[in-house]
Design a protein around this ligand. Structure first.
Ligand SMILES: N[C@@H](CCC(=O)N[C@@H](CS)C(=O)NCC(=O)O)C(=O)O
Length: 242
């Protein structure tokens, strides 16, 4: 009998979404516990994740309620570590394929997501920075894609690493949400840059990733949109009306 898994997560968080996608791909039962990031339960840091972030997993130990974690379960965090952990627990999921070359390619793609795409998209969406570095990061990722299919062919950890960010970025830009001034067409301008013909293969890939059942079924679009509307209203109030 497999050990029990409790995932501490938050719908808005793209990092936590990675762990949910991996568990959906593995198709295994687990307990999902939503953490309110604005009002974290007092037991969360001392008993689950001293860093105070989601996602985190409690693995094994006795059958206890998620809000009363046992000291006997193993506590793990960091989204990419959790994705690999789930891949290791359930090798038949194909999250990391058996072939060492494909595993290396998945990790190279993930490295580019972390080092190139991550900082560029955060700068654009949160700080209203120039979108050109983001377009260049997407071109670098596009260059890693095979002619067809997902990042290494079949859906894998590589796609899981980027899927939550693609879904949230499009949702925000389509709704003119970001760390840039509202109502000036900036969201649409950035969208048209990332949907330009030079990123045609990327767009095809991005659509396929977002409509993968493990991604779509774990993305609560309405909840995430409402949360981002609040978050960006606060950010803009601080940034543009001082
Ligand atoms: N490097 C971490 C980042 C996780 C992260 O930053 N999570 C955010 C939410 S998206 C969080 O829990 N922040 C804590 C807080 O808001 O207090 C990972 O990949 O898991």
């Amino acid at each position: 009998m497999p050990e029990r898994i409790t995932l501490y997560t938050a719908k808005i968080c793209p990092y936590a979404h990675r762990a949910e996608i991996a568990l959906a791909v593995a198709g295994v039962p687990y307990t999902r516990y939503e953490i309110d990031l604005r009002n974290k339960p007092e037991w969360y840091l001392p008993k689950v994740n001293p860093v105070g972030k989601v996602p985190a997993i409690a693995y094994g130990g006795p059958d206890v309620p998620a809000d009363q974690p046992s000291p006997e379960s193993v506590k793990l965090n960091e989204s990419l570590v959790l994705v690999e952990f789930i891949a290791d627990l359930f090798p038949e999921s194909g999250i990391l394929p058996a072939d060492p070359v494909l595993r290396a390619k998945a990790r190279l793609f993930i490295d580019a997501v972390s080092t190139k795409f991550g900082p560029a998209q955060a700068a654009v969406l949160h700080n209203g920075a120039d979108p050109e570095p983001l377009v260049q990061a997407l071109e670098a990722l596009q260059a890693l894609l095979p002619e067809q299919g997902f990042a290494i062919g079949e859906f894998s950890a590589a796609d899981i690493a980027i899927a939550p960010f693609l879904a949230r970025a499009e949702l925000n830009l389509e709704n003119d949400l970001g760390g840039y001034p509202e109502g000036k067409g900036e969201g649409q301008r950035i969208l048209s840059l990332i949907r330009s013909p030079r990123l045609a293969r990327w767009q095809e890939y991005s659509k396929a990733v977002q409509s993968h059942p493990a991604v779509a079924s774990t993305f609560d679009r309405d909840h995430v949109l409402q949360s981002f509307k609040k978050r960006f209203a606060e950010l803009r109030a601080k940034k543009f009306t001082a």
